[in-house]
Write a protein that binds this ligand. Structure first.
Ligand code: PBG
Length: 334
């Protein structure tokens, strides 16, 4: 068949893919440093940062190294820093969480003293880092999680964190009524300007495994009575609606990559900003495969962040937040 005889195609999509400049011109999704939040771990009494075996590139910080990290976050122009505390002692009720001198409270004050309002500081409101059984709430005698008794502790935690300067308290425990309880406690304490980020659709995921290493916590049993069933999509809408009614300023979907359908639903229906958390297991899978040469690390990182954004996230919590800015091989793909 001659060239002339070939039927004219009504449209050729490849025209706009021909050169990098053309592709950049028509790119629908860009990931900006300002919408990335870096989660960071800080361990009580640590003098040097310590690596986390199942999270390559991520460390447990000392107070000093956390302060330096906060400066780096500010210089990179990231959207924020999300703090998790690793206490030395744990007990049944997670006393370290409500201790004014507990590691997370001390770290929050230290970071704020260092960077002030240049970085949005978010703090984790949950008991699992502080309890010896590893659950997100306190337990009854029969080892079930006591929802309403836990709410009182979350309220105290949130007020302490806000008093230390947290801009946003991030409620990750999945207790019913946690947003309302925390909002009310903050308002009663005069902390009306502290924002609440609700992990509204948080699934009972296997992908939090490496996080347990990061916070050195062991879990007795599982979390399926409070975190969502991975099989459920529609239920996420209900969780989000409840949290917004209770006063959530930002809602989050977690994990991110395996839940992009949920994220897209939530983003389509939400009138508050929507965040997504690219969790520890998402990092671990990519780093492990990249380390043995089975996938291209930088391209996979960029593709995962782009996909989370494309699905509708306004804010992405990711352990690769600095990488996305500081590693040119990632940045050029975003
Ligand atoms: C609860 C909390 C967890 C994560 C964020 N907040 C642990 C859990 O619910 O098991 C997991 C984040 C990650 O895996 O990176 N404090």
């Amino acid at each position: 068949m001659t060239h002339d005889a070939r039927p004219a195609l009504p449209y050729r999509p490849r025209r706009l893919r021909r050169t990098p400049a053309l592709r950049a011109l028509v790119s629908e999704t860009r990931v900006d440093a300002r919408e990335l939040v870096l989660p960071a771990f800080v361990k009580e009494d640590l003098t040097e940062p310590a690596p986390i075996m199942s999270m390559p590139g991520v460390v447990q910080h000392s107070l000093d190294s956390l302060r330096r990290e906060a400066v780096r976050v500010a210089e990179a122009g990231l959207g924020g820093l999300m703090l998790f505390g690793v206490p030395l002692e744990r007990d049944a009720v997670g006393s370290g969480a409500t201790d004014p001198d507990g590691i997370l409270n001390v770290a929050t004050a230290a970071v704020k003293a260092e960077v002030g309002d240049a970085v949005v500081v978010m703090t984790d409101v949950c008991l699992d880092e502080f309890t010896d059984h590893g659950h997100c709430g306190v337990l009854r005698a029969d080892a079930t999680v006591d929802n309403d008794a836990t709410l009182d502790l979350y309220a105290r935690m949130a007020v302490l964190q806000a008093e230390r300067g947290a801009d946003v308290v991030a409620l990750s425990g999945m207790m019913d009524g946690q947003v309302e309880a925390v909002r009310e406690a903050l308002d009663d304490a005069g902390l009306t300007d502290t924002a609440v980020l609700a992990y509204a659709a948080k699934y009972a995921s296997a992908l939090y495994g490496p996080f347990r290493d990061a916070v050195e916590s062991t879990l007795t049993g599982d979390r399926r009575t409070y975190q969502m069933d991975p099989a459920n999509r529609r239920e996420a809408q209900r969780e989000v609606a409840l949290d917004v009614v209770e006063g959530a300023d930002i809602v989050m979907v977690k994990p991110a990559s395996l839940y992009l359908d949920v994220l897209a639903d939530v983003a389509a229906g939400s009138d508050v900003p929507v965040a997504a958390y690219q969790v520890s297991g998402e990092l671990a899978m990519v780093e492990a495969a990249a380390a043995i040469g089975w996938i291209d690390r930088e391209r996979t990182i960029a593709e995962s962040l782009t996909s989370i954004k494309r699905a509708g996230a306004d804010i992405i919590a990711t352990y690769w937040a600095l990488e996305a800015v500081e590693n040119p091989q990632v940045r050029e793909l975003l």
